[in-house]
Design a protein around this ligand. Structure first.
Ligand code: GDP
Length: 601
């Protein structure tokens, strides 16, 4: 029973843990959040939930009345849970606090029929990197064929009431999820079998549609927070407020405002605050703190009501001058007992921590927030794609200019995450060779860019291969002289490599190459062809020599390889050409190098 040590000594108060919802698109993140809010409201009591700016608070009493015997309020002293309203790992990575995740705990939603999908993996990566505790909501159990719904019931009871066939179908889906979690390095099990939530990930079967399992999910979240995060929830609610910018928004009558999640201390109207800005930290004074008006009172035009102060953890809109350049994902700090400069330094230091490392050459990255920029940088680092410049904001003409300066042609690209291309940048793009990729899914952006690079490189090598002289060794056949000279026409066998028309022909005498003439035609069974591969017998016309003088039956001949071509073939294209061509190339190099060891190097 943890409630007994709640009142010990210090004046620290326990704040609400902040919960984020992550998962693949369409797996039910929004529906689950709606269900939690809806179920809480349908519990009836006023104050069942509180709508904040960008977040919803569900108090302990509401959770315990929803969860029934699963949550005994006497076991808890944390005040409840604060759910961030915007689901998805984009918002999760945007919302940072002191270099880590702002969310204290995460719900990973996985469609129980669909299992792990790319964005599930991406979410797991982010959760892992930020070390955020999480539970898995195996959603849509009601879609299992034959499922017998029990509106709002705890999942174990509902599960036990299903037919054996339904249970085994559900089990299959659940074990797939547990298996995928294990591949990702997490030991997991159905939540009712988990003893140590710190070591094992609990999987809670739920339906965002019927509400089955939602109370279990809340109970697990509450238990996990109470047990393992209580100390981190101890905050000085009279201290200087600290928060993270969720969004920068223009509001009628207020100008640019910032939506902020406050995770420490208190923020008051009139406070001086420092906010992370595009160029420099912004120092300004709060004109108004705004919260949504309760539903019942939305008669007036004004959707917001002013409050004097707000304590962590909470979502609030701050109206203040000079906020146009504030950045989503940046810190907000109240200046109270310390000099402004010290707080500015703190904000600067936190922004620096979020700064992306750039290199001499690479791609340009744009993203809508600092957090997403960092997530992009991480994904690109993993894919070994270097970054020349990384910035928050829409794609502007300047970005096109910068991307155009990349040395490597394939780096002349802009990867934009959740941003627009400004219209004046479009014009610029038309005249440049810079490629633009825009998406709101990170892995998609990286995949698209990689596909582009691959295609470019393939095309490049193809054009090189088209222009380059291919190595060939061939032999004049006995009794196949059709014409002595002007041109000589003889039957040959291609021993290795590819015989191409119009090439110069050499023979090696004591490893000394001697030009014999130039191919003026290749025929196979009376048909003109442009090249002949190893193993074929063809007749060729050679301009220059006379059979019996410069060349003769049984002679071994080679296509003359310019030294530069031989070098490119050996050093860059060896993997692209067939084995027999490599063999011909090697034979040619051996002969040249026995005379001059540095030939073609
Ligand atoms: P999100 O993209 O992860 O936010 O997914 P949504 O919440 O928008 O849900 C995607 C679709 O799945 C919607 O059509 C929802 O109605 C549906 N859906 C979500 N959860 C459930 C569930 O538990 N059961 C059923 N039957 N449908 C669901």
């Amino acid at each position: 029973d943890t409630s007994t040590d709640a009142g010990t000594e210090d004046a620290a108060t326990l704040r609400t843990p902040i919960v984020a919802v992550l998962g693949h698109v369409d797996h039910g993140k929004t529906s689950l959040l709606d269900k939690i809010r809806g179920s809480a409201v349908s519990e009836g009591e006023s104050g069942a939930i509180t709508q904040h700016i960008g977040a919803t608070a569900v108090p302990l009493e509401t959770i315990s009345s929803m969860a029934g015997e699963l949550v005994d309020p006497d076991d808890f002293d944390l005040p409840g849970l604060l759910f961030i309203d915007t689901p998805g790992h984009h918002s999760f990575s945007t919302l940072r606090a002191r270099g880590g995740a702002l969310a204290d705990i995460a719900i990973l939603v996985v469609d129980v029929n669909d299992g792990f999908q790319p964005q599930t993996e991406e979410a797991i990566d982010i959760i892992q990197r930020t070390g955020t505790p999480f539970v898995v909501a195996a959603n849509k159990v009601d879609t299992i064929p034959g499922w017998n719904p029990n509106e709002g019931a705890p999942i174990k009871a509902s599960y036990d009431a299903q037919s054996e066939r339904v249970r085994s179908t559900l089990d299959e889906g659940l074990y797939d999820i547990i298996g995928d979690l294990s591949s990702a390095g997490f030991s997991a099990d159905l939540y009712w079998r988990v003893q140590e939530f710190q070591r094992n990930i609990g999987v809670v079967p739920v339906s965002a549609m019927t509400g089955e399992g939602v109370s279990d999910l809340l109970a697990v979240l509450m238990g996990l927070s109470q047990r393992y995060m209580r100390e981190e929830m101890e905050v000085d609610v009279s201290g200087s407020g600290v928060g993270t910018v969720l969004e920068v928004k223009e509001e009628r009558g207020f100008g640019a405002t910032i939506d902020v999640v406050v995770y420490d201390g208190v923020i008051r109207e009139g406070d001086t605050i420092v906010v992370g800005g595009m160029d420099e930290p912004i120092v300004t004074e709060i004109r108004a703190l705004l919260q949504p008006r309760p539903l019942a009172e939305i008669r007036t035009e004004n959707r917001f009501e002013r409050v004097d102060e707000i304590e962590a953890a909470a979502g609030v809109k701050i109206a203040a001058p000079e906020l146009d350049d504030a950045m989503a994902g940046a810190p907000v700090m109240v200046v109270r007992d310390r000099p402004v400069e010290a707080v500015v330094d703190d904000v600067r230091a936190e922004l620096a921590e979020l700064e992306v490392e750039t290199e001499e050459d690479g791609v340009v990255v744009k993203a809508d927030t600092l957090g997403s920029l960092e997530a992009m940088a991480d994904a690109l680092r993993e894919a070994e794609i270097p970054i020349l410049r990384a910035e928050v904001g829409d794609i502007a003409p300047r970005d096109v200019a910068v991307a155009g300066t990349a040395n490597e042609a394939t780096y002349r690209a802009i990867l934009g995450f959740n941003v627009d291309v400004l219209s004046n940048a479009e014009d610029e793009l038309e005249e440049s060779e810079v490629e633009v990729f825009v998406d709101d899914v990170i892995y998609q952006l990286v995949e698209d860019y990689e596909a582009f690079v691959e295609e470019r490189e393939r095309a490049q090598q193809e054009t090189i291969l088209e222009k380059i002289v291919r190595p060939c060794r061939f032999r004049i056949l006995e009794d196949h002289v059709f014409r002595q000279s002007d041109p000589a026409v003889v039957g040959v066998e291609v021993l290795s490599g590819t015989l191409q028309n119009n090439r110069h022909v050499v023979a090696f005498e004591n490893n000394e190459p001697e030009r014999k003439g130039q191919l003026a035609g290749i025929q196979e069974q009376g048909e003109d062809i442009s090249e002949a591969r190893a193993g074929t017998r063809v007749s060729v016309a050679i301009d220059g020599p006379t059979v019996g003088r410069q060349i003769d039956e049984g002679d071994e001949l080679w296509t003359e390889l310019p030294e530069k071509h031989a070098k490119i073939l050996e050093q860059e294209l060896a993997d692209e050409i067939p084995a027999d061509e490599r063999e011909a190339l090697q034979g040619y190099l051996d002969k040249q190098r026995s005379r001059d060891p540095f030939w073609g190097k």
